[in-house]
Design a protein around this ligand. Structure first.
Ligand code: SF4
Ligand code: SF4
Ligand code: FES
Length: 310
């Protein structure tokens, strides 16, 4: 929390922020930067500001959003040079970081721009599909004609919990230098999900997935700069997942790794399964995740009284 006497007390008192928005018109192929002045109030997010611009200043401004609450993953954009979710980014926090009332908004890098702040996420979706993001069973009927669930104990769920929080916003891919320079690279989002399914005790598709990810355009292309983890809004830690995936891929290549266990179908239960009490991580954190990144949220600013006045 930012308290009295901290950096927050040095924030200049802005009643207005200037949004410098990178625009693109696909019909004319014209690119330009357009400035908008937006009144700032406590709690205003970048997405709120962009919607305000669209409703009050310029209906032609285009951006993508849906949930407005950090769940759908559709409002990713480059905000002051960093990939972030617009709906989770507080305008006052940005002003505090920059000591300036100018906020630069551009489309996410790594994806073709469709219009203004909207990018084409096909590469994200296709790479996600390639790693087969679903439970694969040796007996296909167990999935196609499922009558009962597969057994997964809480401590087994903990192995995948953090990685299953991905909302497919694509910020990690946008922050990744390899994803931006190598068009064939699967990217941190898909590789993390490959790891998530490979270690899922209900899944028997590890060999199939490793055939897709254990190569020079898969997990071995990662430089482990960890910028993907630094920008992930859900503390998924893709860089950590990729390192674990690399270890499995290397050992698998040497025939020193194979799936230890694939859980059975539960079947009709006459008595409840073994009860296990698992301690779920606080704030979605598992060991290895950067707590400073998590500490950035929720945003809590020591507001100046005059900001709140009309
Ligand atoms: S750790 Fe790997 S995937 Fe993440 S940003 Fe760096 S190169 Fe990309
Ligand atoms: S790993 Fe994080 S940054 Fe990457 S797509 Fe998932 S939620 Fe977004
Ligand atoms: S609008 Fe859904 S994550 Fe931002």
């Amino acid at each position: 929390m930012v308290g009295e006497g901290s950096m927050a007390s040095n924030i200049p008192s802005h009643k207005e922020a200037v949004f410098r928005v990178h625009r693109y018109n696909p019909e004319t192929k014209k690119k330009w930067i357009q400035e908008y002045k937006v009144p700032v109030y406590r709690g205003l997010t970048v997405l709120d500001a962009l919607i305000w611009i669209k409703e009050n200043l310029d209906p032609t401004l285009s951006m993508r959003y849906s949930c407005r609450m950090g769940v759908c993953g559709s409002c990713g954009m480059l905000i002051n040079g960093m990939p972030r979710l617009a709906c989770q980014t507080q305008v006052l926090k940005l002003l505090e970081e920059n000591h300036s009332n100018v906020i630069e908004i551009a489309p996410l890098p790594g994806y073709p721009v469709v219009r203004d702040l909207i990018v084409d996420m096909t590469r994200l979706i296709e790479n996600h599909r390639r790693i087969m993001p679903y439970i694969i069973r040796r007996d296909k009927k167990e999935v196609d004609d499922a009558k009962y669930e597969f057994i997964m104990y809480p401590e087994e769920h903990l192995q995948i919990y953090q990685y299953s929080l991905c909302i497919m916003c694509g910020l990690c891919n946008a922050a990744c230098p390899v994803f931006n320079s190598n068009k064939k690279y699967l990217g941190p989002q898909a590789l993390t999900q490959a790891y998530r399914f490979i270690v899922d005790v209900r899944d028997a598709g590890a060999d199939k997935r490793l055939a897709i990810v254990a190569n020079a355009d898969g997990c071995f292309a990662c430089h482990f700069a960890a910028s993907c983890s630094a920008v992930c809004p859900k503390a998924v830690d893709p860089a950590g997942a990729i390192q674990k995936l690399r270890r499995i891929a290397l050992l698998h290549g040497l025939k020193l790794w194979r799936k230890k266990k694939v859980s059975p179908v539960a079947g009709p239960l006459e008595k409840p399964l073994r009860q296990v009490k698992a301690e779920y991580p606080k704030h979605n954190l598992l060991p290895g995740v950067d707590p400073e990144q998590q500490a950035r949220e929720p945003v809590d600013i020591d507001f100046k009284e005059e900001w709140l006045k009309e």
